[in-house]
Design a protein around this ligand. Structure first.
Ligand code: ZN
Length: 184
C-alpha cells in the first residue's frame, strides 16, 4: 500500500508546494494498463521526444498542457545531457528515459484527488506510473516544472520520501539532489 509523500519546491523566493503524494487509488481508478506501451518501444531518446508525454484523457488547461510538453522535453534533455542526472535513476536501478516514457500524466484539478491540488502542483505514487498535475503546475517557470517532473519520476522509480518513509530523504533533499545532478 502506497503512502503519501510531500515535496516542497521553492523558486525565487516563492514557495510552491509540489506534493509527491502516493495515492494508490489514483492508479487503480484509471484503466491505463492497455494504453501503456511497453518500455522497449522507447529505447531511443528521439522516439520519446517525438511522441511527447502520455496523457490520460485530455488536460483541459492550456497552461498545464503547454507546460507539460515543454517541461517533459526539458527533463529528457537534462537526463540525456547529464550523466549525474541519469545517475539518479540508475541508483534506483531505473532508466530515466524509460520512467518518463512510461509515465501517464493526468489532470487532477477536476478529479477525485482535487483536494491534493489545494497545496500541490503535482503528485504521484512511489513505484507507480501516473503523475497528477494541478493548475499550479502550469504557473511555475518551465525549469521548475521540469524539476518537478524529474522529482516525481524518481518516486515512480521507487524513491521514497519523508514523512511516509522515516528513513527516506526529505522533499527538500530530493529537490536539492535534482537541482545539482540535473543542472538546474
Ligand atoms: Zn516528493
Amino acid at each position: 500500500m502506497a503512502t503519501p509523500v510531500a515535496t516542497h519546491s521553492r523558486h525565487t523566493g516563492i514557495t510552491v508546494f509540489c506534493v509527491g503524494a502516493v495515492l494508490a487509488g489514483l492508479l487503480s481508478a484509471a484503466p491505463l494498463t492497455a494504453a501503456e506501451p511497453p518500455v522497449a518501444q522507447y529505447a531511443a531518446f528521439h522516439d520519446i521526444v517525438k511522441r511527447g508525454p502520455s496523457i490520460h484523457r485530455k488536460i483541459p488547461n492550456y497552461l498545464v498542457n503547454r507546460q507539460l510538453a515543454a517541461a517533459f522535453h526539458d527533463a529528457l534533455k537534462r537526463i540525456r545531457a547529464l550523466r549525474s542526472c541519469q545517475g539518479l535513476f540508475e541508483s534506483l536501478d531505473a532508466d530515466g528515459f524509460e520512467v518518463l516514457a512510461d509515465t501517464t500524466y493526468i489532470y487532477a484539478e477536476t478529479g477525485s484527488f482535487r483536494s491534493v491540488c489545494d497545496e500541490a502542483c503535482a503528485f504521484t505514487t512511489v513505484g507507480g506510473s501516473m503523475v497528477g498535475l494541478c493548475a499550479q503546475f502550469g504557473r511555475i517557470p518551465v525549469a521548475e516544472a521540469a524539476q518537478v517532473l524529474i522529482h516525481e519520476a524518481l518516486h515512480n522509480a521507487g524513491l521514497t520520501e519523508q514523512p511516509s518513509d522515516p528513513d527516506g530523504p526529505t522533499p527538500d533533499e530530493i529537490d536539492t539532489m535534482v537541482v545539482h545532478a540535473c543542472g538546474f
